[in-house]
Structure formats: C-alpha cells, structure tokens
Design a protein around this ligand. Structure first.
Ligand code: C5P
Length: 402
C-alpha cells in the first residue's frame, strides 16, 4: 500500500466540494494512510463531523475552541503529528487567510503552526478562482512552498463552466503520494549548506556578507520535492527555510562545519553557503570601546574550507559533492580551477558582478562545471535553476549507483 503508515491531517473547508473529501478519506485509508479530519465551521454546513469521523475512524477536530480537544492534543502538536497537511477543498477564503498569515480559527492556526508540507486542492466558483485577489494569493502560497493540485475545468455545482472544480479524488491521492516523496530521490539523504555566516568580532558586532540564502533555499526545496531527505544547514539568511526539510541553524563557519560533519553520512552534499573566509582569531568577550589609544586591531584566522574537507574525505565521502563559485570575471576558468583545487565533483558558478544583480536578486545565470567540462545555462529564476540542478543531482546519483 503506497501510503502505509503515512499520517495525513485533512482540513476540510466549507464548499460544495467538501462531499468529495469524504471519498478522499476513504481512498487514502485504502492506501494505508491514517487521516485526521479537521472541519471548518463552514464545512459543517456541507458534511457532518459524524460522517468524517466514521470514515476516518478517528476523532474529528472542529473549528470550535474546544477545551477537551486542547487537553487531548494541542493545536501545535496536531499540526506537527502529520506527515502532510492537505486542505481539500481549499476555499478562496481559506487561501486568503493562508496567504495573509491569519490564525483566527483552528484550520488557519494549524496551517500557520505546522512544520510540514501543505497541499491544497482549491475549489470555488470560476470567477472567484480567476479573481486577481485569488491569483495573487495563489502566487504567494506557491512562493511559500505550498503544493497545489487542480482545480479542474468543468461544469460546476453553481451552474457555471470553467476552472474552479476541485481536482478529482484520484488526482488528489496522486498529488499526496508525490508530496510524500515518491520521487527519484526517495531514500537519498542530501546535505545543503546555505546563507552567509556571521563571524563575531565582539558580542554585538560581526563580519558578514550579502548572501540572502535564496539559491540554497530553493535548491533544498527542489531536492525535497524529488523525495530527498534534506538536511538544510543554514547561516543567518534573509529568506526563511523551506518546510519539510531538517533545518540546522548556525551562525559561524565553525558551527557550519560541525553541523555538516554531524549530518554525514549523506548521498550528496551541496555547498551553496557563502562561508566567511576569515573569523576573528579571538572574538572579544565584551564590547570593544572607543579609546584614546587609537583604532582596534582585528586579528584574523582562516576558517576551515567545509566543501574541500568533505570533497577530500578518504572514507565515507558523499557520492556527489557540489560547490558553488561566485566570481566576478573569467568565470569558467576560475570555476574550473576551483573544482580541481577543492576536489569536488561539480561547481555551480555564477557571475556576481554588481551589474548582474544576481547577489541578493531573484534570478541566476549559472555555469555548471562537471568532469565533462562547462555548460552555460540561460538566466532563470533561482527556483528554476534549483529545479534543473535537483534533476541533474537525481540523475547523477542514479548513475553512480547505491
Ligand atoms: O573558495 P570559495 O569561497 O570561492 O568557494 C566557494 C565554495 O566553497 C562554496 O561552495 C562554499 O559553500 C564553499 N566554502 C566552504 N567553506 C569555506 C569557504 C567556501 O564550504 N570556508
């Protein structure tokens, strides 16, 4: 059974399509999943808690401030006990709440509190679906990493025709299956480093760089989407980490190295972090003061090269080690030299000269340096660079065997 032992929190919002969600509960249970239903207040106008509970063979959580529920299982715990949160049907109103970060009832609070992936199956009138507000919310939700199945085109309960009908139950089950990681990287463990590092000078000052963590974050999400178990070791980035990955938050290069070492062994390790090359030889324990004796002298020490350390491991080296190279000139030559010097399999190189707007921007133009030479990729949104790279990583791991 494809979904054996998988736990699904199913939020049913108030729409005509809610009746199909009862069938969804059935199909998911046939596949071996356990389903915990949550009904919004409006959903109860369309299906009864009793029918959802009977089909799920579980207690139904309802959008009421029910003290008994809180005592049995708090909403935080409820939102995290699942492997996946599914919203079917997702109404225009619930999508708007999700996009706006509201948490004013049980369903929206669970969606805010969860650390798991969320899949929505929108269902609404065609005009509501095509309304710019809904499309704006949809784009926001996609950007937040929410997965979307449907809606389908077709005749709707309200008599109109067009997109807005909830996806058919088998399609929702297939999307759930894919979201639970039945992709080419299922069973593979991948470490991704991302973001800048901060190297303290004293308790209030530090050395940093302009990395936003956007490319590393997009890559972690793309690898997760292919089914990988991702350990995401991130410095203090400006973009939030993706859902559904194991986040290890660090600050300094030394902490990043420790986190990577603890996360090994792995099938692949991708070093997208912009690690500071130097740290203070000795960070000051108290805040440096202005003094009449002149300017402070900062003594630097070199940070360990985390990528080179892993790439040159004698035993237990990941089968694929990928580094990044931010260059401002002669990108192919410098990146090719870097690949050889560090001993990694691939280098993803990009031109970060200020005029490209790549550092801290939303697009990236990369060159992939492998054992076969250099490939130039077109300028693409960072999310698409990530999808392409994740697909290449999946191919490479498949070729390199288990
Ligand atoms: O030598 P350079 O800093 O340009 O190399 C960049 C690549 O090496 C990136 O993949 C980066 O994550 C990695 N790196 C590292 N540890 C360092 C410096 C760079 O892992 N101390």
């Amino acid at each position: 059974m494809a979904l054996a032992n998988r736990k699904i929190l199913l939020i049913i919002a108030g729409g005509i399509a809610a009746f199909k969600s009862l069938d969804l509960i059935r199909r998911l249970r046939e596949q071996g999943a356990s389903v915990t239903p949550v009904l919004t207040r409006a959903a109860e106008e369309f299906v009864t808690p009793l029918s959802a509970s009977a089909l799920a063979a579980q207690k139904v959580y309802r959008d009421l401030f029910d003290l008994t529920d809180e005592a049995e299982m708090g909403h935080i715990e409820l939102s995290r006990a699942a492997d996946l949160v599914v919203v079917a049907p997702a109404t225009a109103d619930l999508m708007a709440k999700m996009a706006g970060g509201h948490a004013n009832d049980l369903a929206s609070t669970l969606l805010m509190a969860t650390d798991k992936r969320v899949l929505i199956a929108p269902a609404m009138n065609v005009r509501m679906w095509t309304h710019p507000a809904t499309q704006r919310n949809l784009a926001t939700l996609r950007g937040d990493g929410v997965l979307v199945v449907g809606p389908d085109d077709g005749e709707m309960a309200c008599g109109e025709f067009g997109p807005g009908r909830m996806a058919e139950v088998p399609d929702i089950v297939a999307a759930i299956d894919a979201a639970l990681g039945h992709g080419p990287l299922t069973g593979r463990r991948v470490i991704v480093t991302s973001g800048p590092t901060h190297e303290p000078i004293d308790p209030v000052r530090y050395i940093a760089n302009r990395s936003s963590g956007a490319q590393g974050t997009a890559l972690a999400a793309a690898l997760r989407d292919l089914g990988a178990e991702v350990v995401f070791v991130t410095g203090p980035a400006t973009v939030p980490p993706p859902a559904g990955v194991q986040v290890v938050a660090v600050e300094t290069a030394m902490q990043m190295q420790d986190a990577v070492t603890s996360a090994l062994p792995a099938d692949a390790a991708i070093f997208a972090a912009a690690v500071a090359d130097w740290r203070m030889d000795k960070a000051h324990g108290s805040k440096l003061k202005k003094s009449r004796d002149g300017l402070p002298v900062l003594d630097f020490a070199e940070n360990p090269d985390i990528l080179a350390g892993v790439a040159q491991m004698k035993a237990g080296r990941p089968r694929l080690v990928v580094g990044f190279a931010a260059e401002t000139d002669d990108v192919a030559r410098h990146a090719t030299e870097k690949r050889a010097r560090k001993g990694c399999d691939w280098i993803v190189a990009n031109d970060v000269s200020p005029e490209t707007g790549i550092m801290g921007g939303t697009e990236n133009a990369v060159m992939l340096i492998t054992e076969d030479g250099a490939e130039t990729w077109p300028r693409l949104p960072k999310a698409q660079v990530a999808t392409r790279l994740a697909a290449r990583i999946a191919d490479a791991l498949a070729q390199r065997g288990a």
